[in-house]
Design a protein around this ligand. Structure first.
Ligand code: AKB
Length: 314
């Protein structure tokens, strides 16, 4: 088997996925790439600087490292893309199309590409949003994810590219910080609590959003990529769900550990983005077709975050 390439490996998801894939397949088998300097946890294995908007540069890494599988994670998240719409579109679309075309041209084995709950717009049912409801996203990020899903399906249908995808909810982990997302508050809140500082939230207290603990997100990703090709019936992207909570609810869960914790609300432009997304997701196709099951609920996640952030940041 050839090696695995990860783009956007220094990001919140990328850094955890790099570690996990290296622990499964061996350090030398997983080539991490990014445009930023790698943290130590990534630079202790193969690393290349790579701008995914340059197709030739991606092709060179694929050839030089005998790559057969790509986890293409490099992207601008929702809040950042809203502030730089041209870059949001260019990075998110060009990067994906380059990877899909290279998968076709070089007969790569498998591609993973993350979609998001951002594909849904305000007209989708807000509770238990199903797999096949209308997608009318109102953010640049959401539009890029919706178009990307259709490209994945197109390359699978027409060129046999084995591309697999998940619509991630907001991801919460203690090993690295997210950057530029609307769901980032749910990570930052733990850091403030541990510093005994009050937290000012950029969403309203009742802005419910679908969320997931990073351990679950990594398990889902590996499970999807290891599933038999015949079990993968959806080639756009699978709904994926674990928990759903409001800022007020996560603050209450933190207060169980830190009774003095204080939260206040100062909604900004990100509230409009959150308002356009579902409150919760129905992911039954993922559960039925390849056995997905989450492990962490809100309280278990908060307890784990509060226990592990100090260990990860000594
Ligand atoms: C974001 O907030 O932009 C991301 C996402 C939900 O895709 N975390």
């Amino acid at each position: 088997m050839g090696k695995i390439l990860i783009t956007g490996a220094c990001g919140q998801l990328g850094s955890e996925l790099t570690e996990k894939l290296r622990s499964i397949y061996g350090k030398e088998e997983v080539v991490a790439t990014d445009i930023q300097d790698p943290p130590e946890s990534i630079s202790d294995g193969p690393f290349e600087y790579l701008d995914v908007m340059k197709k030739d540069a991606i092709a060179k890494v694929i050839d030089e490292h005998d790559i057969k599988e790509v986890y293409h994670l490099a992207a601008l998240l929702s809040a950042k893309a809203e502030q730089n719409i041209e870059l949001g579109w260019k990075l998110n679309m060009d990067g994906l199309l380059h990877v899909l075309n290279l998968a076709k041209e070089k007969s790569l084995d498998k591609i993973f590409w993350p979609s998001s709950i951002a594909v849904f717009g305000p007209d989708a049912p807000s509770k238990d949003t199903g797999q096949n409801v209308a997608l009318n996203p109102t953010t640049v990020y959401g539009i890029s994810k919706m178009a990307g899903e259709q490209w994945c399906s197109y390359f699978h249908e027409n060129f046999g590219v084995d591309v697999r995808s998940l619509r991630y909810p907001g991801l919460i982990g203690y090993k690295s910080l997210p950057g530029g997302g609307t769901t980032d508050y749910a990570v930052d809140i733990h850091y403030k609590a541990l510093k005994n500082e009050p937290f000012s939230c950029f969403l309203d207290k009742d802005n419910a959003l679908p969320m997931m603990y990073m351990e679950d997100a990594i398990d889902a990703t590996i499970q999807l990529m290891q599933a038999d090709e015949s079990d993968i019936e959806i080639r756009t992207s699978y709904n994926l769900s674990a928990i759903s909570f409001t800022p007020e609810e996560i603050a209450e869960a933190i207060k169980k550990h830190m009774p003095g914790f204080e939260i206040s609300y100062d909604p900004d432009y990100r509230k409009k983005i959150a308002d356009s997304w579902p409150d919760s997701i129905d992911d039954s196709p993922a559960r039925e077709q390849w056995g997905w099951n989450h492990e962490y609920d809100l309280n278990k996640m908060v307890g784990d975050m509060l226990a592990n952030i100090p260990k990860a940041n000594p």
